[in-house]
Design a protein around this ligand. Structure first.
Ligand code: CS2
Ligand code: MN
Length: 357
């Protein structure tokens, strides 16, 4: 496995490259031009600027997360073709700095959804929390304001969404899950050939949480959806980002089983734990299996047993020791997460060596 760490860029992240360099085994940055809105072309000179910053610390830029997909593509509007052309150009520009994987998602309007960004856990740390009853009566503009007030922008929750949110909801009244699948297939048939030419894997990230939110359709939600998705194309560029915390919020999703079944199509692994409550609410926890509901030890074992050679990152962390940070993206708990993943991986490696002696 190739350890990486998400970085939101100079002047846009409380975590510095100097800090990340001191986390054992982190080889590369998971990066994006976060100031660029979905649908825009990522200018080559801006991409090259990130490369200059990464080179100073010897990090690779193999994994882009995310070139976000414009809403008109998800909606299947006439105007989608221009945005698809822009997406193709962005693929070519990130290829220029060695990108090997592009993570993206096809969630309508928003990205991951939570109702509380700083819910206290029993140990006094705080974490991202999803409260079902609150979501159903929540005004999503409130969440955009809460995230904006945190001082950070979060993918899918940028303040400019406030301007378009009403029209977006109206437009999705015409788009059900089947139509979303059709629009996703159209997008993939257009961009996969370009990704192939550039030797880049396009790796869709599952829906977080893995069920419809605010009555908007969501389709990458379980093993059957993963199977249907991967069957769309046999292109070597047609891959998956398997996020254990996203799919894992549904206890019926057997993450180790999905890994063992689709391991050769997983280009990028997000490893995160959540604790699921009886009423379906969930809170993010440490990466240790015992702190949540997701079998992290079994997940890393599945990656180890299948000799996973892809990229991996500790996804989100809790907020520890009063760290001022982007919700879910502090330094401390993600660094602890990296070490837990190495600990599990190295232990399985040791057992494998002992068995072979
Ligand atoms: C990411 C999301 O923060 C996260 O957990 O997974 O920002 C988003 O879903 C991914 O970047 C995929 O587009
Ligand atoms: Mn994720």
């Amino acid at each position: 496995m190739r350890m990486t760490f998400r970085w939101y860029g100079e002047n846009n992240d409380s975590v510095s490259l100097k800090h990340i360099k001191q986390i054992p085994g982190v080889e590369g940055l998971v990066w994006a031009l976060h100031h660029r809105s979905a649908g825009e072309v990522w200018p080559l000179e801006e991409v090259l600027e990130v490369k200059k910053q990464a080179d100073k610390y010897g990090f690779h830029l193999d994994v882009v997360e995310s070139i976000n997909v414009h809403e008109d593509i998800k909606l299947g509007k006439e105007s989608r073709d221009q945005y698809i052309d822009n997406y193709k150009e962005s693929i070519r520009h990130v290829a220029a700095v060695g990108a090997k994987v592009i993570c993206f998602n096809f969630m309508p309007v928003f990205d991951w959804t939570r109702t509380d960004l700083y819910k206290e856990l029993e140990d006094g740390s705080t974490a991202l929390f999803y409260e079902t009853s609150k979501v159903n009566q929540m005004d999503p503009t409130e969440l955009i304001k809460q995230i904006t007030n945190s001082g950070y922008t979060m993918p899918g929750w940028e303040p400019e969404r406030l301007k378009t949110i009403k029209n977006s909801f109206k437009a999705y009244e015409e788009v059900d899950e089947e139509q979303l699948w059709i629009n996703l297939e159209y997008f993939l048939n257009e961009v996969l050939p370009v990704a192939e030419e550039e030797d880049i894997k396009l790796a869709i990230h599952p829906d977080d949480p893995p069920w419809p939110v605010f009555n908007l359709p969501r389709i990458i939600t379980n093993e059957r959806a993963v199977e249907r998705y991967l069957a769309i194309s046999d292109s070597p560029s047609h891959c998956l980002t398997l996020c254990s915390g996203s799919l894992g919020a549904n206890p019926n999703n057997d993450i180790p089983g999905i890994i063992r079944r689709f391991h050769n199509r997983i280009a990028f692994a997000h490893v995160r734990n959540v604790r699921i409550y009886d009423n379906g609410d969930f809170i993010e926890t440490s990466h240790r299996t015992k702190d949540g509901s997701v079998p992290i030890d079994e997940i890393v074992k599945a990656y180890h047993d299948t000799e996973f050679k892809g990229y991996i990152r500790p996804d989100h962390g809790r907020h520890l020791w009063n760290e001022e940070c982007r919700p879910g993206y502090g330094l401390y708990d993600r660094a602890l997460g990296v070490m837990h993943l190495w600990g599990l991986w190295d232990a399985y490696e040791l057992v494998k060596q002992e068995r072979s002696e």
